[in-house]
Write a protein that binds this ligand. Structure first.
Ligand code: C2O
Ligand code: CU
Length: 456
């Protein structure tokens, strides 16, 4: 009898708790939706029709998500497209189950269904999110947005601007996206390039600014394949973070700033122009500089220029520093047009719809490129034996490039490797799970340049 009473009470208490959580789950703490849906966007100049895109929440790019460092990001992904999709949180040292890679960390979310993403964001900085199901098409159609993790003490700037650089391949008459996302020419060469280049969903972005105003500019390359080569005119300042991660000290901005697909750079700049204009310019295929972002200057924010900014506060766990114990790995990148693969090899590859291999294998498959034990330091050498540059991205962990003199470069999550060159990166395999390792030229990733590592 007593036992029964106890059991009954326990069961009732348990039910109460369940009912309560369920109610809280539906009302008080229901995660904010992030909805993939069709939308219209005025990408092309006025006078051209709007472009039909696939968007998050109806906007291009998707809504800018801002979360304080160390907080929990919660979003209910709602798929209102008629194809499966999933969301990847690029550069976040995330819980593996939340990484959004369809086929590796979760099943793609079918049309009409939802998936709850919930994870802690350990590092402050500039990140982004994008579709990771058939991403070559879905990202090109518009499924990306900025993810900003805010430092507890923001640097002293007048304004913080997020600049998501992209390009779109539009039909010149209708301004609609060219629908052939798997053209063999794109897959086997540099990838899908747009014929219209722009920022934050427009072909031409103009920002207002004041003389001596101090701006934090967060540049994100969201393009499928384009490597941006940028220069600043009338703005001068420092780069303070790469791929989200703060540099130990602010550095002079290189005269030509290279931003590979998926890479980010945070700049702190002062409006230094004497005239009414400043700009971020991009080097075109024609070898000319074109305005990427224009600044219209009027008024004055302060009398004189200010001192150099302090470095951003470092993020936790910036490893490794000692490579003597690091496990050496090598990944050869082969294939593509004009490469050194034999005709026979190439034909074999193409029969499986691929053009490229990583460490001799096309596509992620069932077995990882490497099995690593949690906490293991690793040095990974990419041998780019192709005729193209590749932006190699590792999920879940940042790495440092091992420079020619053996010293370690800044923390990054994407490294641009050049044709015929070798690039080594080092990281600590401190995040357990299955992590994709792929080229962020998304046509390449779709045509063989995807692999993964398993950390246990
Ligand atoms: Cu930006 Cu595999 O991702
Ligand atoms: Cu590539």
């Amino acid at each position: 009898m007593q036992n029964f009473q106890l059991t009954r009470r326990a069961v009732l208490a348990g039910m109460g708790a369940t009912a309560l959580t369920a109610r809280m789950g539906n009302a008080a703490t229901a995660p904010t939706p992030l909805t993939a849906q069709r939308a219209m966007a005025q990408i092309a100049p006025e006078g051209y029709p709007q472009t039909e895109v696939w968007s998050y929440d109806g906007t291009l790019p998707g809504p800018q998500l801002r979360v304080p460092q160390g907080a929990r990001l919660q979003r209910r992904f709602v798929n209102e497209l008629d194809v499966p999709s999933s969301v990847h949180w690029h550069g976040i040292r995330i819980d593996n189950a939340m990484d959004g890679v369809a086929g590796l960390t979760q099943d793609a979310v079918p049309p009409g269904q939802t998936f709850d993403y919930e994870f802690v964001v350990p590092d402050a900085g500039t990140y982004w999110y994008h579709a990771h199901t058939n991403s070559m098409e879905q990202v090109a159609r518009g499924l990306s947005g900025a993810l900003i993790i805010e430092e507890p003490d923001a640097p002293d700037v007048d304004r913080d601007e997020v600049l998501l650089l992209d390009d779109w391949l539009l039909n010149p008459d209708t301004a609609q996206l060219e629908p052939d996302f798997t053209h063999p020419m794109d897959l086997s060469h540099g990838g899908r390039f747009g014929n219209l280049v722009g920022t934050n969903g427009h072909y031409a972005l103009t920002l207002k600014a004041k003389r001596h105003e101090r701006l934090r500019l967060r540049l994100i390359n969201a393009a499928n394949a384009r490597i941006f080569v940028l220069r600043l005119t009338g703005l001068s300042g420092w780069q303070v973070a790469l791929d989200g991660m703060p540099l130990p000290t602010p550095e002079a901005i290189p005269e030509e700033l290279i931003l590979a697909p998926a890479q980010r750079v945070d700049l702190i700049v002062d409006v230094a122009s004497d005239g009414a204009q400043a700009a971020i310019e991009r080097l075109g295929n024609d070898d000319q500089w074109h305005s990427q972002i224009a600044f219209e200057i009027s008024g004055e924010a302060s009398r004189t220029r200010r001192d150099a900014p302090a470095p951003l506060p470092p993020n936790p766990n910036m490893a490794p520093t000692d490579l003597t114990q690091a496990r050496p790995l090598e990944m050869k990148i082969e294939g593509g047009a004009m490469g050194r693969m034999s005709r026979n090899q190439m034909q074999g590859l193409m029969q499986s719809g691929n053009f490229w291999t990583l460490a001799g294998k096309a596509g992620p498959g069932d077995t990882p490129f490497a099995r690593l034990s949690q906490g293991e330091p690793v040095r990974l050498r990419f041998l780019n034996d192709t005729a193209f540059p590749h932006a190699m991205h590792l999920h879940g962990m940042h790495f440092r490039e091992v420079l020619e003199d053996g010293s370690l470069g800044p923390m990054r999550d994407t490294v641009l490797t050049f044709a015929g060159r070798s690039h080594e990166v080092a990281f600590t395999a401190d995040n357990p799970g299955k992590w994709l390792l792929h080229c962020h030229m998304l046509a390449h990733a779709a045509a063989g340049m995807s692999s993964w590592i398993d950390v246990t």
